[in-house]
Design a protein around this ligand. Structure first.
Ligand code: FES
Length: 213
């Protein structure tokens, strides 16, 4: 979606967000997960109530210091996950969230990742707290470029911020600008995150046209 127009569903969820946490004392939860950093201007916290017999999410709340797109994305996500098992909720991607919203402007796709990540942290929190360590999905980021200390997470962030080819990725992260041995790995990671977050096969990363300014 290449315009700045928001769908009616995005507007509805932004104006009337569902399942917001107003007061932690009013909601008994079984797991909590947090992502982002308030110092960077975006933070998301997800709270889950879970049926221990079926490992199903029975209720949830969330709160954020994020933008309109982050609010709408997390609001719709909070409706999607009720009644789902933890494993099914883990499999929801931000492409699913954007589909449910009827689309998001490309430049706002990165905002839909906040709720998704906080939810995974909350699910991991439950699994860890109940000794189900084999079910925890690792959210730690691997270093792709040893010379410049560039992680997978930074490449993902650059993809979300609009890096459409390897040269743009290098401009944004400096990956591969020293010995260059990480370049194939970095290109593959860029392709992976573009496909993951934008839901389309875009060809090899260094053949992709740059985004229109
Ligand atoms: S490992 Fe990336 S430039 Fe050397």
């Amino acid at each position: 979606m290449n315009s700045w127009l928001y769908t009616e569903k995005v507007k509805e969820h932004f104006m009337n967000p569902k399942n917001i946490m107003f007061n932690e004392k009013d909601f008994e939860y079984d797991a909590m997960g947090k992502t982002g950093n308030i110092k960077c201007g975006d933070e998301m916290i997800f709270y889950l109530k879970i049926d221990p017999d079926t490992l199903t999410i029975t209720d949830c709340r969330w709160k954020t210091f994020g933008c309109a797109s982050a609010i709408a994305s997390t609001s719709v996500l909070s409706e999607m996950i009720k009644g789902m098992t933890l494993d099914a909720a883990s499999n929801i991607s931000n492409v699913d969230i954007i589909d449910e919203l009827g689309g998001l402007p490309d430049n706002k796709v990165h905002c839909s990742v906040l709720g998704d990540k906080a939810l995974q942290e909350a699910i991991n929190n439950y699994y860890r707290g109940h000794g189900m360590f084999e079910k925890v999905r690792d959210t730690k980021s691997r270093i792709v470029c040893e010379c410049l200390n560039v992680s997978e997470e930074e490449i993902e962030h650059a993809a979300l911020e609009g890096a459409r080819n390897y040269y743009q990725l290098q401009e944004m992260t400096k990956v591969g600008t020293s010995c260059g041995k990480c370049s194939e790995d970095a290109k593959e990671r860029l392709a992976f995150y573009q496909d993951k977050h934008f839901g389309i096969k875009m060809g090899r990363p260094d053949e992709r046209p740059p985004l229109a300014k």
